[in-house]
Design a protein around this ligand. Structure first.
Ligand code: UDP
Length: 311
């Protein structure tokens, strides 16, 4: 196969590039480096099966040659990023998805959308099955990401129903691992970097809000299987172990060592109280489930950050 991956220089995009290359496929990566990094692709400089195009998927995109798949992973994905880049976030989810769908239709390629657990907003159903429609504030600061992804899902289903395009939608829950930016702003990278630098860990609110953290290798394997074996309906991929933010902070301090304290900072607007994927569909349809515990995954991630962050 030859596939296009948008957001290829990002955290998930770059791991996905590696996964396709590992199985002998050819990959075209696309990124505009708003939040992606050239460092994430540097190891592919001499890879004959990888080409890179610096293009903004929110504008008209062009790719020469045949494509069997288009995986649309371009988007700011950390709350601090999409609060800083609200218009770009809305554009890449809406116009970018439309362009990528149009290219998939022109090439007769399978289209794969990276959606998010944020489509469930601050969920009133717990854990969240794919059938839950969500509880999103459309005009809140997080709405730029949530609504862009909801629109992207609607657009993908419209192309599937109206044009008969072969499509997939994954709803990605909190994911962590190597290649997250040290300044990414998400909780796992923040806590690890703070602990490594002996700084206090910034817990937002009272720390009782929960998240379910998936190690990147597990997530990428689920996505790879969904691309090949899934159907058009959205599928949750993540880890269903649920932790409070305070528990995460304690675990990170324990694993890094040192004596970092915890400081309380204000809870961001519309921060979801709880989040945990119902993984029944993924387990049944893909024979997939997460295999890496939080402790194990944090260990690998700490190892990575020790190399990139000065103490
Ligand atoms: N959070 C925190 N300290 C930080 C960064 C995040 O307590 O330094 C909290 C945040 O308020 C949220 C959770 O950790 O409740 C996960 O935040 P993240 O930005 O990683 O992702 P989200 O799931 O909110 O998109």
């Amino acid at each position: 196969m030859r596939v296009l991956i948008t957001g290829a220089a990002g955290f998930l995009g770059s791991h996905l590039v590696d996964r396709f290359l590992r199985d002998g496929h050819a990959v075209v990566g696309m990124d505009n480096f708003i939040t992606g990094s050239k460092d994430n692709l540097r190891h592919l400089d001499d890879c004959a099966d990888f080409e890179f195009l610096e293009q903004d998927v929110s504008k008209f995109i062009e790719v020469e040659g045949e494509l069997d798949g288009i995986l649309h992973f371009a988007s700011p994905a950390s709350p601090i990023d999409y609060l800083e880049l609200p218009i770009q976030t809305l554009k890449v989810g809406s116009l970018g998805t439309h362009n990528a769908l149009g290219l998939a239709k022109a090439k007769g390629a399978r289209f794969f959308l990276a959606s998010t657990s944020e489509v469930y907003g601050d969920p009133s159903v717990h854990p969240q099955p794919e059938t839950y429609w969500g509880n999103v504030n459309p005009i809140g600061p997080r709405g730029v990401y949530d609504e862009a992804k909801r629109f992207a899902e609607a657009m993908t289903m419209a192309y599937h129903r109206y044009h008969g395009l072969d499509t997939r939608i994954v709803r990605i829950f909190n994911t962590y691992g190597p290649r997250m930016r040290p300044g990414d702003g998400r909780v796992v990278s923040n806590f690890i970097v703070q602990a490594l630098q002996g700084k206090p860990l910034t817990v937002y609110g009272d720390g009782s809000q929960t998240r379910s953290f998936c190690y990147v290798d597990d997530l990428i394997e689920g996505i790879y299987r969904l691309f090949q074996d899934g159907g058009a309906d959205p599928v949750n991929i993540g880890n269903d172990g649920e932790f409070t933010v305070s528990e995460l902070a304690e675990m990170v301090v324990g694993l890094v060592g040192g004596d970092s304290k915890i400081v309380i900072e204000p809870l961001p607007v519309d921060d979801p109280r709880q989040r945990r994927p119902d993984l029944s569909v993924a387990r049944r349809m893909l024979g997939w489930g997460p295999t890496i515990t939080l402790e194990e995954g944090l260990g690998k991630t700490i190892h990575y950050f020790r190399e990139v962050v000065a103490p």
